[in-house]
Design a protein around this ligand. Structure first.
Ligand code: PMP
Length: 367
């Protein structure tokens, strides 16, 4: 029999099998209606109920208080990079951006189109391999923007910085519901769903109600968060199927025991993989130990053991070696090189153990 496949992709990524089965069945017949979810009007009662239930799951799992709205939108997280400053940053105001990776930079670039930006930190010269905690914050910032987990570099904020003024805004695309956070510490929490909570096609933005309606500019209707809040996420045809995959993934997470239970498992998985890397003679993790992500684990060959001119061929060999064991999509991001194991919520401990065994066996082959 072929090996069980474990998918370490950084995104779109592994989702719970149960959620995938339920979503597949709904493509043929949604809740015994005889109609596929893909063909059902978003104005119908079943879809309306499903949206309300998805929001309820999110509120319960994350502990989202009543004074926050939840917006589901298409367009990807990259659209939110521009929508957020458009809705929250006045032309003459300043926002602080902590540049801890490529995604933070992309968010910052968009903010500059709408107001002033103060760079609170920038670790580009260190290939973003660590999180700078000593931030240069402005006195009158509208908000401080951070990327909670840096998908490419495998670093995450272990504790969140406090803005000097304004509110904290966080891109949680790659650690959505992976660990417990206190929603009230943030003004805005947002992210794409295609890593931990659904397939591509939907984003989630969680907004403290009192922050909206403060900018002077005219905001196009579709790009105004208030439009979607007023229309209960049905202003136009929303990405119904992606919201349903989220619904099933959140149901799975709730049955699993919620965020506390998944965080415990996530920490155990990460600890297993990092201790294997730390003990390895051939592989080495690239992120600063104190900032290591529990979601994305980038690693490269140890330069003292694998000569630079041999590294490319050996990397291909390792990826083939892993693939033959069912371990897929381990290639690293081009800006870091090497390998990256993304071990999101739906990656079981067995998958991480299989990877650790694979690293050990490859090391024996090489040494
Ligand atoms: N933010 C982070 C932290 C990401 O990892 C990504 C995608 N990898 C994005 C934003 C961009 O998301 P999208 O492709 O949905 O625009």
């Amino acid at each position: 029999m072929a090996n069980k496949v474990y998918n370490f992709s950084a995104g779109p990524s592994v989702l719970p099998e149960q959620a995938l089965k339920e979503a597949s069945a709904a493509c043929i017949d949604f809740e015994n209606s005889g109609i596929s979810i893909l063909s059902m009007s978003h104005r119908s009662k079943p879809i309306d109920n499903m949206f309300a239930e998805t929001e309820e799951y999110l509120r319960e799992l994350m502990g989202i208080p009543e004074n926050y709205d939840i917006v589901f939108l298409g367009g990807g997280c990259s659209l939110l990079f521009c929508m957020l400053p458009m809705n929250f940053l006045n032309q003459d105001a300043t926002a602080d951006y902590a540049l801890t990776g490529v995604w933070a930079n992309k968010a910052c670039k968009e903010a500059k189109l709408f107001g002033n930006v103060n760079v609170a930190c920038d670790t580009k010269s260190e290939t973003y391999s660590r999180i700078e905690k000593n931030l240069n914050l402005s006195d009158n910032a509208s908000y401080l923007h951070i990327t909670a987990n840096n998908t490419i570099y495998g670093t995450e904020w272990q504790s969140f910085p406090k803005p000097k003024s304004g509110f904290l805004m966080a891109d949680v695309s790659s650690d959505f519901l992976a660990r417990k956070i206190n929603v009230s510490d943030f003004g805005v929490i947002y992210g794409g769903a295609q890593k931990n909570i659904s397939c591509a096609g939907v984003t989630v933005t969680i907004i403290r109600k009192d922050l909206l309606g403060k900018v002077d500019r005219t905001i196009p209707t579709m790009l105004n968060f208030q439009t979607h809040i007023d229309a209960k996420n049905m202003f136009n045809t929303p990405p119904v199927f992606a919201v349903y995959v989220m619904n099933r993934t959140l149901k799975w997470l709730k049955e699993f025991g919620g965020v506390e239970a998944i965080e415990k498992l996530n920490r155990e998985k990460a600890a297993l993989l990092y201790s294997a890397l730390d003990a390895s003679k051939v592989f080495v993790g690239t992120a600063a130990k104190e900032d290591r992500s529990i979601m994305n684990v980038p690693f490269v060959f140890n330069k003292d053991v694998v000569a630079a001119d041999k590294a490319d061929d050996l990397a291909k060999e390792f990826l083939e070696f892993a693939k033959a064991r069912g371990l897929q999509q381990l290639k690293g991001h081009r800006s870091v090189g090497g390998f990256r194991a993304s071990i999101y919520n739906a990656m079981p401990m067995e998958g991480v153990q299989a990877l650790v065994d694979c690293l050990g066996d490859f090391e024996k082959k090489v040494l």
